[in-house]
Design a protein around this ligand. Structure first.
Ligand code: C2E
Ligand code: CA
Ligand code: CA
Length: 626
């Protein structure tokens, strides 16, 4: 309790060389509740203040060892003691000394002899003032600390905010990047390409010496690679293709991936037209080198369409449309090529669209008919059977050849019902002839498109037709192309086996124009190879084509397959294909495809009798039937 009081008591140090003064002041101050220490000299005070910290010092000025001024100066110079208020005591009453007292750091001045009331009041005032100052200082410190805390809080928030803004900016950049780039290849996408194209169009209107060209590129056979090697390798291939394409361009050219295996390229400079074809050539030769992907050696080509006269266009879309059209033309010409767009291509693209629309109606209106082209056995010279070839009897355009509508029907899917109609028609016709001419060996070949080949109910439909018509399945040959097998690698074997188990014969059409090798095809149950017309057409002038035909015929015979020479037009060709070991032939030399009635006449004449005359190596007036 006592200590508590002592703690709250203010400590006052009195320094005076006059003992009476010390006593008097000590007594009065102690009486008034202060804790007092009294010292007799300046040096003693300086020493004592090293250890203790009084709340107030009453300091005599005139002392024998060190005077009050000097003591005060020392105290003020020391940061430990500088805050202690000093009240000077002195008998001297001159103004000069008072001024000095304040100059050295005193806060007040009490003259001797003391008026005790005055001493008490001044002491009390100074103490109050000092604690008020201390309190203010404390408050200030606290305030400062609070400000500091708040500032650092604000700074931290600010830093967080900055980080958040940066994060959002980054995210926005990523979004923008995503919106305008392709995820897989990191190339610009259709949207960005369109924008660049629009910009290029604007520039070419403004600047005379500026021009640009657009390339539209589509990989050939990509689907096959994707289906056979899997999507992971397909993706890797696309990345590699993108890299090779980039290597064919200058940094200022733009290349984009439109989607799937389609890429577009924008070439901008004063000689863009010249450069575009050079770039296309470079791309074709660069892509012809094999790709190595996870131990697979992969080959891929691309078909390229080019638009050069870009100043004729109003919108990016029409440029892309025409580049796409030219690309399709390049693809149709045989893969791995490029083609520059010409306006007539657009007309033909429009025609295709018209055909597509008309086709749908044509099936419903039954505007089709089937022609039959004789197939001749080269050993006997007799008719073996017919190939059924569809014709379109268009109400306004007349007869349309299958080459002009089958690809469209294939693309749009109408080939499926159409193909089935042809099959049914041909089987029915054959059955009729068989009965009419009592020839149950007579054969019919029907073309089966790639699309039809991938129909899940194909076999049931064929079964149904054969059953309804009561036709022996051994009399039916289905002609398929290599792509039917290659494009449907997974299901092909199953379908072919199913057909085989019904003893339906299988013929590989247009052989030699595709990609697959004989050894590959040997894995499938194929009976006949139809050697493509393009080889037969040129066997006249010996050379390479003749050797190819001979090689195909020899190999096919070894593998137990038979061969048909397609498109035999001259006696010389006939002689050659016979000599090279082909088993059958088909062509204008014997007859063009005939409508059913004429085919019937041909049939009547040449099932029993050979077309070949015994001695001379020419045939009986065949053109009679064309
Ligand atoms: P393809 O299967 O190769 O049929 C043979 C084509 O060659 C026929 O053309 C035929 O008229 C023609 N040709 C036959 N001999 C000669 C000749 O000596 N010289 C010349 N220059 N040509 C000859 P066509 O009838 O115009 O048929 C063209 C293609 O259309 C066919 O080629 C076939 O791929 C397709 N096609 C025809 N009918 C059908 C069908 O019913 N279904 C399917 N999917 N495709 C069909
Ligand atoms: Ca055919
Ligand atoms: Ca053919």
């Amino acid at each position: 309790m006592n200590q508590e009081i002592n703690k709250n008591k203010k400590n006052i140090l009195i320094v005076d060389d006059t003992p009476a003064n010390l006593r008097l002041l000590s007594t009065i101050l102690t009486k008034n509740g202060y804790q007092v220490e009294a010292l007799k000299g300046g040096q003693m005070a300086i020493d004592a203040l090293k250890a203790s910290r009084p709340d107030l010092i009453l300091l005599d000025i005139m002392m024998p060892d060190i005077d009050g001024y000097e003591v005060c100066q020392k105290l003020k110079a020391n940061p430990q003691t500088c805050e202690i208020p000093v009240i000077f005591l002195s008998a001297l009453n001159e103004t000069v000394d008072k001024v000095r007292a304040f100059e050295v750091g005193g806060v007040d001045y009490i003259g001797k002899p003391f008026n005790l009331q005055e001493v008490l009041i001044r002491v009390k005032n100074q103490l109050a003032l000092h604690s008020a100052k201390a309190e203010i200082q404390l408050l200030n410190q606290e305030l400062e600390k609070r400000v500091q805390d708040r500032t650092s809080e604000l700074e931290a928030t600010n830093a967080e905010l900055k980080k958040e803004i940066a994060r959002r900016e980054q995210y926005q950049k990523q979004l923008l990047e995503k919106a305008f780039h392709d995820d897989l290849t990191k190339l610009p996408n259709r949207a960005l390409f369109r924008e660049k194209l629009a910009r290029a169009m604007k520039l070419s209107q403004q600047k005379g010496n500026y021009s640009f060209a657009v390339l539209f590129l589509d990989c050939d056979r990509f689907k096959i690679i994707n289906d056979s090697l899997g999507h992971t390798i397909g993706d890797k291939l696309l990345i590699e293709v993108a890299n090779r394409l980039k290597s064919c361009l200058r940094p200022e050219d733009t290349i984009a991936r439109l989607g799937g295996d389609e890429f577009t390229i924008l070439i901008e400079n004063s000689i863009a037209s010249e450069d575009a074809t050079k770039v296309a050539k470079r791309i074709n030769s660069e892509l012809s080198l094999p790709f190595y992907l996870e131990e697979n050696e992969v080959f891929i080509n691309a078909s390229i369409g080019i638009v050069l006269n870009t100043q004729d266009y109003d919108t990016p879309e029409t440029i892309l449309r025409d580049a796409d059209t030219a690309m399709y033309r390049a693809k149709a010409e045989g893969k791995g090529r490029f083609m520059v767009f010409e306006p007539h291509m657009h007309v033909s693209a429009q025609k295709t669209l018209e055909i597509e629309t008309d086709l749908r109606r044509a099936i419903a209106r039954q505007e089709f008919l089937v022609h039959y082209q004789p197939l001749i056995c080269l050993h006997t010279g007799k008719l073996e059977g017919f190939e059924a070839l569809v014709r379109w009897l268009h109400p306004s355009k007349g007869i349309i050849a299958p080459g002009d509508f089958i690809p469209v029907a294939e693309e749009s899917g109408s080939i499926v019902p159409l193909g089935m109609w042809v099959l049914q028609q041909a089987c029915y016709q054959l059955r009729t002839w068989q009965k009419q001419y009592l020839n149950s060996n007579l054969h019919i070949s029907v073309n089966l498109s790639v699309k039809q080949f991938s129909q899940p109910n194909l076999i049931e439909q064929i079964d149904e037709i054969l059953r309804k018509i009561n036709l022996d399945s051994r009399c039916l040959t289905l002609e398929i192309t290599e792509s039917a097998i290659v494009d449907n690698a997974e299901t092909a074997t199953k379908i072919l086996e199913a057909l085989k188990s019904r003893q339906i014969k299988l013929s590989m059409d247009d052989f030699g124009t595709g990609y697959s090798s004989l050894s590959y095809l040997h894995n499938f149950p194929i009976d006949t190879l139809k050697i493509d017309r393009s080889f037969i057409g040129r066997v006249d002038n010996k050379g390479q084509n003749m050797e190819i035909v001979r090689a195909i015929a020899t190999l096919a015979n070894h593998l137990g397959m038979r061969t048909v020479a397609e498109g035999v037009e001259t006696g010389k060709q006939l002689e050659r294909v016979k000599a090279m070991g082909c088993n059958f032939a088909q062509g204008y030399l014997f007859s063009k495809p005939l409508e059913s009635k004429s085919a019937g006449v041909f049939l009547e004449k040449f099932t029993k009798k050979s077309l070949f005359l015994p001695q001379k190596k020419i045939i009986r007036s065949p053109l009679l039937y064309s």
